[in-house]
Design a protein. Structure first.
Length: 269
């Protein structure tokens, strides 16, 4: 059976820039003094936007992770998988993935593992495989700590209905807005995917966008104005939702144990 270290957190993501989904939680844990290791399964070469020179996205992730308080980044070099609509993608060796992640779990002994959800947040196949690999590794090592997935639903949040399950923990990431926006700015090869303004496709959406521009200094206005900057992107997502995938049997899960009195953390009862 694996053991856990009270001061260690392990994050498993499929691509460079996937850490942005949980960037507020990473800032929270780093500021609390937890040592964070981030494992990225691919180099992101199958991205929708052009990746540029080989290794560019690795460098972007390393700079973003450092900004969020991550101490170590590990790349496993699995072939990337395209968007959900793409066919003929390479198939990962799931047993090898589970073995590699299991070895990292045994070495790092994290008190918390964060990864994608069972449906990949919004359905991306590489995200689903990352989840399956992390769960298989936790099972194989009899991991005794807490394993949470991100992209859980946040009540009354923009676009949250699209995510895959109810959150057991909500992280108020507003105190980390500047750091989250800076991390997105490091991903220049992908930034257009996140911040490009989307043209309103109906009269209702056009009126909503006009309201946003007129009242951009208010929270209601910012939620309706088209995304055009990294900061505005994260203003749309001020709270991060986390779902329990695996929890200790004989004690409270990670957030209940370490953040029960933190006003930035809401734990479902």
């Amino acid at each position: 059976m694996a053991e856990t270290q009270a001061g260690s957190v392990l994050v498993v993501v499929a691509h460079p820039d996937d850490e942005l989904f949980v960037s507020g939680t990473l800032c929270l844990c780093a500021d609390k003094g937890f040592e964070i290791t981030l494992v990225c399964l691919t180099d992101g070469e199958g991205a929708v936007a052009a990746s540029g020179p080989a290794g560019r996205r690795r460098g972007e992730l390393e700079r973003s992770a450092l900004n969020l308080g991550v101490k170590k980044v590990v790349f496993l070099g699995f072939p990337d998988v395209g968007a959900p609509s793409v066919t003929n993608d390479p198939v990962w060796d799931e047993q090898r993935l589970a073995r590699q992640l299991g070895a990292i779990i045994l070495d790092e002994k994290p008190a918390l593992i964060l990864t994608h959800g069972p449906r990949g947040g919004y359905g991306h196949p590489a995200h689903r495989w990352a989840h399956q690999g992390a769960m298989a590794a936790a099972e194989a090592t009899a991991y005794p700590g807490s394993l949470f997935s991100f992209c859980g639903r946040v009540p009354q949040a923009f676009f949250s209905w699209h995510f895959e399950g109810e959150s057991a923990v909500l992280i108020d990431a507003r105190p980390f807005l500047a750091r989250r926006a800076a991390s997105l700015d490091f991903h220049q090869s992908q930034i257009d995917f996140f911040v490009q303004p989307h043209r309103p496709r109906s009269l209702r959406k056009l009126m909503s966008a006009m309201f946003g521009y007129l009242f951009v200094w208010t929270e209601a206005g910012r939620k309706r104005s088209p995304i055009g900057t990294a900061r505005r992107f994260f203003e749309r997502f001020p709270v991060e939702g986390l779902m329990v995938q695996r929890a200790p049997r004989e004690r409270s899960h990670f957030f209940a144990e370490h953040f029960a009195d933190d006003p930035r953390v809401t734990i479902a009862r």
